[in-house]
Design a protein around this ligand. Sequence first.
Ligand code: 13P
Length: 285
Amino acid sequence: MRGIISTKEMLLSAQQGKYAVPAFNIHNLETLQVVVEEAANFETPLILAGTPGTIKYAGGEYLVAMAKAAASKYNISLALHLDHFEDVAEIKQYIDMGFTSAMIDASHQPFEKNIVMVKEVVEYAHTHGVTVEAELGRLGGQEDDLVVESKDSAYTDPLAAVEFVERTKIDSLAVAIGTAHGLYKGKPKLDFDRLAEIRSKVSVPLVLHGASDVPNDMVRRCIELGITKVNIATDLKIPFATAVKDYFQHNPDANDPRRYMMPGKVAMGLVVIDKIIMCGSAGRA
Ligand code: 13P
């Protein structure tokens, strides 16, 4: 079926095929257009992700309508995902609105409280055909309004992950193995052994957050070791903003968004292509 779908089939297929589905954070019409157009060109399965900040900015109704329009225009399937939502009531509200996948991020809560919150989302989501991702351990860095100091970050414990997945019945697990949201100071250090151990013990698809600014070969290694969803935000924002700033520098009197947004879209599109190739997802739609 073409249109807006859950991540269920696409992540299980990725797990079997040993590639990853890119989850691109979008913010507005332009970023959604770029991502969907390249996804269609490269025939990749696709997840469009929106944080609470994005939904506050763009409006959930607009995002659902634009995602549906995009799927229909290109005759493709894509998932529309709630990224890093911490409020269970909000998740339910956006599931009712048409989002097909949700991340409940209760990773800052104690283990038992994390489980209680995730279970409530899973029960609601699964009766609506919506898939659920949750995080165990905690990523450092900044994702929109979510800021986690590195002293508060924590790696995923493989044994706790087994219990977490069994008790919550989540569809995918976000792991903390050394990636962080945003840019890194120096080369990121990833705990590949931990990832391999989690993969050997946990059966559901695994998610890598904070994939921006991580060298492609390191992300590919994560995919070989079992990551099936790769989240990318910062690496798309930077070229877009840089190209638009550059445009204004050369055209200080510009005021037409149809012109000044264009270089941003082109620059972002090139990065989207690079990420699709990195994920190995081209031709898998
Ligand atoms: P980056 O901004 O580091 O790419 O992280 C994106 C992310 O993990 C979204 O959930």
